[in-house]
Design a protein around this ligand. Structure first.
Ligand code: ADP
Ligand code: MG
Length: 287
């Protein structure tokens, strides 16, 4: 069953800012395996969030294709849930109402949505907190409510963009353990973005290391640490070796961030041309 395999082929993305074009992604090709937890790691600003937005269908590639199963992505869909670092919980709603908001919007009856929300409140360790507002609960609870909100539609694919960033060290560790066991139970195809090497290794089946901009695939690393994962693994020799390897790869790319000026290759001109064409097309559509 390849329904939730995600395949990127030669994906490039050009952004325009103040009349300047910048190639963010260049010929990114990789696959995200169904039922696996894939972690995307790379230097800050290399386009990790851009990749999440492309796979979520919020943005379109300048060139290249993204397929889920055998189908090209044509926009956002209920098969994918996205959780960003920034909280998306509505501050004026209780956790329970936040969690059941999605299904109600989609026309599910209030009683059914509420039933599902209550089930998830229990599953996500929020018993007794369903009637609290986001500001009344801890950061870890907010993150779990956010995950529950994403899970309520039973998506096939979870796209998580640095979901635990900003939490204190201990809570972040507990959330990693929590997500790891949730994944081991559900095996939902997950793409998890992080900039933390330990978080990447602890969670991943496979790690995609990205290069510096214009960004492409730098390395694919299998993590064969057994599941269920546990923090004691961090002291093992195989863990240490993996960590060294990833840090060296990231260091090489971070160093590139110190040099400036990218030569304008023919390929870059092609991409800029495509981007201009897309803009013209949009303008004619909007006229
Ligand atoms: P990361 O998540 O890896 O830190 P992002 O995907 O957020 O990186 O951004 C990659 C680059 O693309 C950054 O240089 C950012 O300024 C630029 N960028 C992202 N979104 C836009 C946009 N909508 N318009 C113009 N530039 C953008
Ligand atoms: Mg980002």
């Amino acid at each position: 069953m390849n329904i939730s395999k995600i395949k990127l082929q030669n994906v490039s993305k050009v952004y325009k800012q103040a009349d300047q074009f910048e190639i963010i992604l260049r010929n990114c090709s990789f696959e995200i395996k169904p039922g696996k937890l894939t972690v995307l790691i790379g230097p800050s600003g290399c386009g990790k969030s851009t990749l999440i937005k492309l796979i979520a269908g919020y943005e379109t590639p300048t060139m290249g294709s993204i397929q889920i199963g055998e189908k090209d992505i044509s926009g956002p869909g209920p098969d994918r849930a996205v959780v960003f670092q920034e909280t998306a919980l509505f501050p004026w709603m209780t956790l329970k109402d936040n969690i059941m908001f999605g299904p109600i919007q989609q026309g599910v009856s209030k009683s059914l949505a509420e039933k599902k929300s209550i089930e998830l409140i229990s599953k996500f360790g929020l018993n007794g907190f369903g009637d609290k507002f986001p500001h009344q609960v801890s950061g870890g609870m907010q993150r779990r409510a956010e995950l529950a909100r994403a899970f309520i539609n039973d998506p096939k694919i979870m796209l998580l963009d640095e979901p635990f960033r900003g939490l204190d060290h201990m809570t972040r560790g507990l959330m990693q353990e929590y997500y790891s066991s949730l994944f081991e139970e559900t095996h939902k195809t997950t793409l998890f973005v992080t900039s933390e090497v330990d978080e990447a290794i602890f969670l991943a089946d496979e790690i995609i290391v990205l290069s510096y901009k214009p960004t492409s695939l730098k390395a694919l690393i299998e993590v064969d640490l057994p599941r269920p994962r546990d923090f004691k693994m961090m002291t093992s020799l195989s863990y240490g070796k993996l960590k060294n390897k990833i840090i060296s790869l990231l260091y090489e790319e971070a160093l590139k961030g110190f040099s400036t000026g990218v030569s304008e290759s023919a390929e870059m001109k092609d991409l800029i041309e495509v981007s201009l064409l897309q803009e013209q097309l949009l303008e004619t559509k909007n006229d």
